[in-house]
Design a protein. Structure first.
Length: 256
């Protein structure tokens, strides 16, 4: 819908039919008559997402074997995999057994659906390649509520073995930067670059502050020309700093 600037795939097909006298629902998919939104829901709602997930991986795997992902090689010739959660439904009145819940400041309960949507990305590239999503939903045998981090861990266990041989580095925000999850990434043969904020990693920043006071933090300064101005970029780095060792959260928080 972002590409077509239409509220839905079907809306775009209807508009295309009116403007051009044809639509690609028919030309690409053999659909003789554009269905209604309700009919699409009637057809797709009974289909478990797990039946569609392999299509994502099979498509990207085929692109990799054909060399179509070469433009997205980044760190040391490998690929960057961005992990992030997104909420795609929320309601105070409508719910289902797969909903997660949160209590708002006004005391009301909000029902919502979320998913982790891994994508292959690369600096300077507008195109991304989506991989199978991992849904945040109640899990059999678990009393506590599911969360983004647990869904990402399930995703790693299921799908990472297929792409780890490509040389994959996982990217993520501060939520992912804890020792248990980092160990899971490494156990699957992947690398990681995760954001770590001072408020959630106080020990790390205490160590770093000590080295800064001693002026022993390695620094790399580079310059580059953008075509209009020369930029100076300063990188500071350090090895073997302690990562947070908190256990992976098993309940979702009130923020995404």
């Amino acid at each position: 819908m972002f590409f077509t600037q239409s509220p839905s795939f079907l809306d775009y097909q209807v508009r295309m039919q009116k403007e051009r006298g044809r639509n690609n629902a028919a030309s690409l998919f053999g659909v003789h008559q554009i269905p209604s939104d309700q009919q699409v829901r009637n057809l797709l709602d009974p289909v478990p997402p797990e039946q569609l997930a392999p299509l994502f991986m099979d498509t990207v795997d085929g692109l990799y074997r054909l060399g179509a992902l070469e433009t997205h090689r980044a760190l040391v010739g490998g690929f960057l995999l961005a992990l992030d959660g997104t909420q795609y439904f929320a309601s105070h009145a409508i719910s289902c057994p797969s909903c997660s819940t949160r209590t708002l400041a006004n005391g009301k309960t909000q029902y919502h659906h979320a998913a982790v949507t891994p994508v292959l990305v690369a600096p300077g590239q507008d195109a991304v390649f989506p991989l199978p999503p991992a849904f945040v939903a109640p899990q059999d045998g678990h009393l506590k509520q599911d969360c983004e981090l647990a869904a990402s861990a399930r995703w790693l266990a299921q799908w990472a073995p297929r792409i780890a041989p490509w040389g994959v580095t996982c990217l993520g925000d501060d939520l992912y930067c804890h020792q248990p999850f980092c160990q899971q990434v490494r156990a699957q043969g992947c690398h990681f670059l995760f954001v770590c904020l001072p408020q959630s990693h106080p020990a790390l920043y205490e160590w770093l502050a000590d080295f800064e006071r001693n002026a022993t933090v390695p620094t790399l300064v580079t310059t580059r020309w953008t075509g209009t101005q020369r930029l100076t970029e300063t990188y500071r780095y350090f090895h073997h700093l302690p990562c947070a060792t908190a256990t992976m959260p098993s309940t979702s928080t009130g923020a995404n």
